[in-house]
Design a binder for this molecule. Structure first.
Ligand SMILES: [Zn+2]
Length: 321
C-alpha cells in the first residue's frame, strides 16, 4: 500500500513541463537548465532547499499551467503505483491578490480531478496557509479552502519558516474556519522549532497531524504527550536529510517515534527537489531505519485512518489491506 500524506504541489513540477511552460511564457532558461534549477544535487540546508522549490513558482501565475502541473502530479503518483495522494499547496503565494485565491484552488482541484479520473487513483487537496503571511491573508485562505470543502479540498495546513515565524496563535481564527468547514487539520511543526511546537499546534490550531515533527523526540515529556494524544506524525526521511535536519537518513527519529507508540504516516515532501518519491521513502524506512513487515503493515493501517478521506474511499482502501 502506498499512501502519500505529505507532498507539496510546488515540489512536483516535471522539469520537461517547466521547460515547455517557460518557453511559452518567454521566461529565460536558467543556467544549467530547468532540471538543475529544480533538483538538489545533494543535502544542503533549508534555505537552499526552499530556493529550489521556489524555482517553480513562476509557473503558478497562470491558471492553465497550475491545472496542468496538478494533473501531472497526480498522474506521476499513479504511475509510481500510489494508492492515494494528498497534495498541499499555498494558494496565497501564487494569487496576484486575495481575490485570486479561489482561482488558484479551482485550477489545482480541476487538475487533480482530471488526474484522478484518468488514472483511477484518488487524491485530495490540502490548502496551506503560510507562516510569513499575515493573519488576514491566512483567514482569507481558510475561507477559500472552506468554500471548496467536499469539492476537492480535504485539509488545511500551515507551512513555511518556523524559526522566523514561530507564532501559531495569530492564525487560530483561520484554523477555526477550516475546522468548522470539516477540513482535516495538519501543521508543519517541531520541524525547525522546539518539541513543544507540536503540542501547541494541536491545542491552538486543532492539528491532528504534524508535518515532520522531528524535534519532538528531543523532549521525552512532549514525545509521550504526542503518543498519548494519538497525534499522527508525517515523516519524510529523505527530505529531512536534504534540508540538513539530519546528517544521515539512518539518523531520522522515526524509530524513536515508533518505539514510543507514536502513530506515523509517510510523505515525500518535495520529490522533484530530492529525486526520491514515496517508493524511495518506504525503501528508506526498510533499508536505513529497520522497518519490518509488521511496521509497514501498521504504517498502512495508520495512513488510511489518518488520511483526510471521505468514508467510502477510506473503506475501499481498508478493504484492500
Ligand atoms: Zn512539507
Amino acid at each position: 500500500m502506498l499512501i502519500n500524506l505529505h507532498s507539496h504541489l510546488e515540489g512536483r513540477v516535471r522539469p520537461e513541463t517547466a521547460m515547455e511552460l517557460a518557453a511559452s511564457a518567454g521566461l529565460p532558461e536558467p543556467e544549467g537548465g530547468w532540471d538543475h534549477a529544480i533538483r538538489l544535487t545533494g543535502p544542503a540546508d533549508l534555505t537552499v532547499y526552499l530556493a529550489k522549490v521556489a524555482s517553480t513558482y513562476p509557473f503558478f501565475g497562470r491558471f492553465d499551467s497550475v491545472e496542468r502541473i496538478a494533473r501531472e502530479a497526480v498522474e506521476d503518483a499513479a504511475e509510481a503505483g500510489l494508492d492515494y495522494l494528498e497534495l498541499r499547496f499555498g494558494p496565497a503565494t501564487h494569487a496576484p491578490d486575495v481575490g485570486g485565491i479561489d482561482d488558484v484552488i479551482t485550477a489545482v482541484i480541476a487538475g487533480m480531478a482530471a488526474g484522478s479520473a484518468s488514472t483511477g487513483m484518488p487524491s485530495g487537496a490540502v490548502v496551506a496557509a503560510l507562516r510569513h503571511h499575515d493573519a488576514d491573508t491566512n483567514l482569507a485562505v481558510a475561507r477559500a479552502a472552506a468554500r471548496f470543502a467536499g469539492s476537492g479540498v480535504v485539509g488545511f495546513d500551515l507551512a513555511g519558516d518556523e524559526l522566523r515565524f514561530p507564532r501559531l496563535d495569530v492564525h487560530a481564527d483561520a484554523f477555526a474556519v477550516a475546522r468548522a468547514a470539516g477540513l482535516g487539520i495538519t501543521c508543519h511543526a517541531a520541524e525547525a522549532g522546539p518539541a513543544s511546537a507540536a503540542r501547541e499546534a494541536a491545542e491552538v490550531l486543532g492539528a491532528t497531524r504534524i508535518g515532520h515533527g522531528a524535534h519532538i523526540v528531543d523532549d521525552a515529556n512532549q514525545l509521550r504527550w504526542v503518543a498519548d494524544a494519538g497525534i499522527v506524525i508525517e515523516v519524510c526521511p529523505t527530505s529531512n536529510w536534504y534540508t540538513g535536519a539530519i546528517a544521515r537518513v539512518r539518523d531520522h527519529p522515526a524509530p524513536t517515534f515508533r518505539d514510543a507508540g507514536v502513530r506515523l504516516v509517510l510523505g515525500d515532501d518535495n520529490p522533484r527537489q530530492t529525486g526520491t518519491d514515496l517508493n524511495g521513502e518506504r525503501a528508506a524506512l526498510v533499508n536505513e531505519l529497520g522497518w519490518m513487515p509488521d511496521d509497514l503493515a501498521e504504517l498502512d493501517r495508520v495512513s488510511i485512518r489518518a488520511a483526510f478521506l471521505d468514508d467510502s474511499t477510506r473503506a475501499a482502501l481498508l478493504a484492500r489491506l
